[in-house]
Design a protein around this ligand. Structure first.
Ligand code: PNS
Length: 165
């Protein structure tokens, strides 16, 4: 499909979704007519995520029910191929720190090399969420830390069930 400026992709592994992700998704949903949340689905890398693709999509679906223009879909192709298939002109990502910037700069160049007509745009994390990462939340959950303000209630419950000692 020809890239359309009304559609954007917000991609991620979302293992699991955090309030930081939801902040970026909510803000991006106001910028485009349709925001496709692309959930990385690499079933051949079994065990590489804590939650299955279906679980990660269910958490996202629950948490974004109030946003009318969100579509949540798994993808296992190159990100730019997925964006092109959905007719998206833009890929939207959140940036927290310099470490994110270094990684995203590389991804940006690789994606641009594959598909120069698809743009990436970056939303700076809201300060309140700038320290939240899925891996940090999983580490806290493993050792019984407080995670209630970092992820939706259902996600916190599942994290504690699966990781709590
Ligand atoms: O940090 P995340 O959430 O694991 O990011 C995943 C993703 C796909 C957004 C990131 O790896 C990326 O930008 N990849 C670009 C290269 C690509 O297309 N990889 C295939 C993923 S199925």
């Amino acid at each position: 499909m020809t890239p359309d400026n009304r559609t954007a992709i917000c991609p991620g592994t979302f293992d699991p979704v955090t309030y930081g992700h939801l902040d970026v998704i909510g803000r991006a949903s106001k910028m485009f007519e349709t925001l496709v949340v692309g959930v990385v689905n690499l079933p051949w890398r079994k065990g590489s995520t804590l939650f299955s693709t279906e679980e990660r999509i269910a958490f996202l679906t629950d948490a974004t029910g109030h946003l009318p223009n969100i579509v949540i879909e798994p993808f296992s192709s190159l990100l730019v191929t997925f964006a092109r298939d959905r007719g998206a002109l833009a890929i939207v990502k959140g940036l927290r720190a310099i470490s994110d910037f270094e990684y995203e700069l590389e991804m940006n160049q690789l994606n641009r090399y594959q598909a120069p007509d698809i743009e990436s745009v970056y939303l700076m994390a809201s300060p309140k969420y700038s320290f939240i990462s899925s891996s940090g939340v999983k580490e806290l959950a493993t050792f019984g830390g407080e995670i209630e303000d970092l992820v939706p209630v259902e996600v916190a419950r599942h994290l504690k069930e699966r990781l709590g000692r």
